[in-house]
Design a protein around this ligand. Sequence first.
Ligand code: SF4
Length: 248
Amino acid sequence: MAGKKKEEKKKAGKPDTARIKPEPVREEDLKERQKRVREIIRLLRRKYPGAKTALNFRTPFELLVATILAAQCTDERVNRVTSGLFEKYPAVEAFARADQKELENDIRSTGFFRNKARNIINLARTLVNEYGGRVPDSMEELVKLPGVARKTANIVLSSAFRKAEGIAVDTHVRRLSGRLGLSRQTQPERIERDLMAIVPREDWLDFNYLLVDHGRKVCQARKPLCSQCVIKHLCPSYEHFARKASGG
Ligand code: SF4
């Protein structure tokens, strides 16, 4: 039966990502990272109290739509678009009835608007037809929805339902996890698996937001501001960037 389900997902073009299997790691390495990440979280929490998603939403469905729109787009732009969008389409049923071309125009400025419009309409129709218009609150069900992968599901679960089933890995989490030596992986699902093995479960809910805030304000992609970083003593990349900054 399980094999049959897997096969169905494969056919639908979506990998089976609802469950992530841990990979064996050296015990001392794991302990060192667990200890370091606890201190990183403590210091980032102090620096960014109340870190949370920057996307505006009133319902789980609005957060789902906003998260889909946020792919390859800034949260600020998404918020500008959704303020009018959620007035025009006030509920999931309205999105399910939306005209594809019209919705494309409504969200054009967020980029990749054709795909996003198609995904949002398909998503809304699936929710109306199969879930009574409600957004499910489990990873297993969320990743089956059109256009919803683990990152989006994690954001919706943590911010709309306050449920910790994983850790959302976006561009900031990916970059900082590498720089901080928390994961050597490059694929989001593998990074997530590494993080889930070292971040205490009670911190899964806002770990993403702490790293996003730090990534935006200090540990920026092109030029990290290492001298101002509150976790530089815990970061194996500090010396590398300090040398680079001094022209070494
Ligand atoms: S020391 Fe530099 S590279 Fe390390 S986390 Fe801080 S800003 Fe990022």
